[in-house]
Write a protein that binds this ligand. Structure first.
Ligand SMILES: [Cu+2]
Length: 241
């Protein structure tokens, strides 16, 4: 009984071992064929399927010498080279992007500088306009011009040097005022007109004493002669623009 059972077990083990070896060889071949089908020799493929487990082991050993090692190496080298090319390209793109960023920055700075310049120019222009306006306001503001009556004019002689009034002639703008000051010791008059024609009636101080002042504002443009009623040689002029 025992010897019979051992024989059965031995047969069973042998069958399982053989089947396993064939199965292993077939799987190995299939995986190889699927990867490199076009390069696998047909004769060797055939020998696997019909061969025993031992044959499959031998075939497996032979295939592990890798007849396509050179091709694989070349593929790897190409992949490596491609990777390097890609890396270089990437670096070039990065450098380009960086360059563009720097250019954009420079452009921005230039625009800022231009804007600043324009702002300064605008400010200067504004200041110039303000100064001009101020000047115009100043010039349009009514002015007061002084005329003096020098000492000794009550005696003829000042007319020879045109110094009976100093200055004897003044130029002003409409709206301006002339203020006469009697610096002499005698009394005088500032009377519009000329001695030959008599008073014009435009302005007349009547007698104003030593140290006194007389003012008249000229609202209209024109040439205004005047004289002293007491001392007719004392002639002056006010030019109003
Ligand atoms: Cu006088």
């Amino acid at each position: 009984m025992v010897s019979k059972a051992l024989v059965y077990i031995g047969i069973a083990v042998g069958v399982i071992a053989m089947g396993g070896a064939i199965a292993y060889g077939t799987i190995n071949q299939q995986s190889y064929v699927s990867e490199e089908a076009s390069f696998a020799p047909a004769a060797e493929q055939g020998s696997i399927t019909s061969d025993s487990g031992l044959g499959a082991e031998l075939n497996k050993e032979r295939w592990h010498e890798d007849p396509f090692g050179d091709i694989a190496q070349k593929v790897r080298e190409n992949a490596g080279a491609e990777k390097k090319v890609t890396e270089v390209e990437e670096m070039e793109v990065e450098a380009e992007v960086e360059e563009m960023e720097v250019e954009a920055e420079v452009e921005e700075m230039e625009v800022e500088a231009e804007v600043e310049e324009m702002e300064v120019e605008a400010e200067v222009e504004e200041m110039e306009v303000e100064a001009e306006v101020e000047e115009m306001e100043e010039s349009s503001e009514p002015q007061t011009v002084s005329v003096d009556t020098p000492v000794g004019t009550s005696v003829p002689g000042c007319e020879t040097t045109n110094e009976c009034w100093t200055p004897a002639s003044v130029t002003i703008n409409a709206g301006d005022t002339v203020e006469w000051t009697n610096s002499d010791t005698a009394a005088h008059t500032v009377t519009g007109g000329l001695p030959a024609d008599g008073p014009s009636g435009v302005f007349d101080s009547s007698l104003f004493m030593a140290g006194a002042t007389f003012s008249h504002t000229f609202e209209e443009a024109g040439s205004y002669d005047y004289f002293c009623m007491v001392h007719p040689w004392m002639v002056g002029n006010v030019q109003v623009n």
